[in-house]
Design a protein around this ligand. Structure first.
Ligand SMILES: Cc1cc2nc3c(=O)[nH]c(=O)nc-3n(C[C@H](O)[C@H](O)[C@H](O)COP(=O)(O)O)c2cc1C
Length: 239
């Protein structure tokens, strides 16, 4: 594909076809992404790649944890505290989640993006049940046959996050170029234990987020094109 077509065609895919990704193709994409720049070429990332039965099992465990934690969060306060103290299903992420609202301008964009997505899906704003069900799909990777979990070494501080972001974008573009779809997923950073149970995560590495990868299906959700900011909003005015 032409470079600009790849750049413009990449969009987050949230519904995947029941079609496996050949191992050789997966390896090719990862090798292409390894061409990415990184701070002093440190490449401070590691990836756990789940495919086949392992991907399915991991998805089932994450979905079950999501439902359980969601149920607890809706309990009245005293009960919630008791459940939280005894449950093994509360998020055990390596990075503290952003609590409460984002700063105003980002909160507005976040809400607009979420609302746009629900509109495409025909989900009403106050339809909590459908919204929960849609959220749960994150944890089974939107039916993707490949789930990736990205780790960084936090000893590299913020540059490791920059490096990982660049790597992920290279991977997403490489996948788009081959007719595949991806969705970067912060949601997949919420529970570390199910991934740790199945992979030998090197000491010190922290789970940042995940990514679903596979062949897009023709569900309307994949047509969603959230608006990007304008150059005016992007650029800082010179004094
Ligand atoms: C770091 C990161 C985390 C994300 N986490 C999620 C997620 O958990 N679930 C999801 O559906 N989309 C997630 N996304 C996708 C964004 O919502 C999406 O990139 C954004 O709305 C812009 O849409 P586009 O990717 O189609 O251009 C994430 C994207 C990034 C870069």
């Amino acid at each position: 594909m032409e470079f600009l077509d790849v750049l413009n065609q990449r969009r987050s895919i949230r519904s995947f076809a029941d079609k496996e990704v050949p191992t050789e193709l997966l390896e090719t994409l990862l090798k292409e992404a390894l061409e990415s720049p990184s701070s002093s070429n440190t490449q401070p990332y590691k990836i756990a790649v789940a495919t086949g039965g392992s991907c399915k099992a991991l998805g089932q465990e994450l979905v079950s944890k999501y439902h359980s934690a969601n149920k607890i969060s809706k309990q009245p306060l005293p009960l919630k505290l008791i459940s939280a103290a005894t449950s093994k299903d509360l998020p055990d992420s390596d990075f503290k989640p952003i609590l409460g609202k984002y700063p105003p301008v980002f909160q507005e964009r976040r809400v607009a993006t979420g609302m746009g997505l629900y509109e495409v899906l025909g989900i009403e704003r106050n339809d909590r049940k459908s919204r929960d069900e849609q959220m749960a799909k994150n944890f089974e990777f939107f039916n993707a046959p490949v789930a990736m979990f990205f780790f960084i070494h936090p000893g590299m501080k913020h540059t490791a996050l920059v490096d990982l972001g660049i790597f992920m974008q290279s991977l997403m573009l490489a996948a788009t170029n081959k007719g595949l779809g991806t969705c970067a997923q912060g949601a997949l950073g919420m529970w570390r234990s199910p991934v740790e149970k199945r992979f030998e995560i090197p000491k010190g590495y922290k789970l940042v987020c995940g990514l679903a990868l596979g062949y897009p299906d023709d569900h309307q959700v994949n047509e969603y094109r959230p608006e990007k900011i304008s150059l005016d909003e992007l650029l800082i005015t010179e004094k």
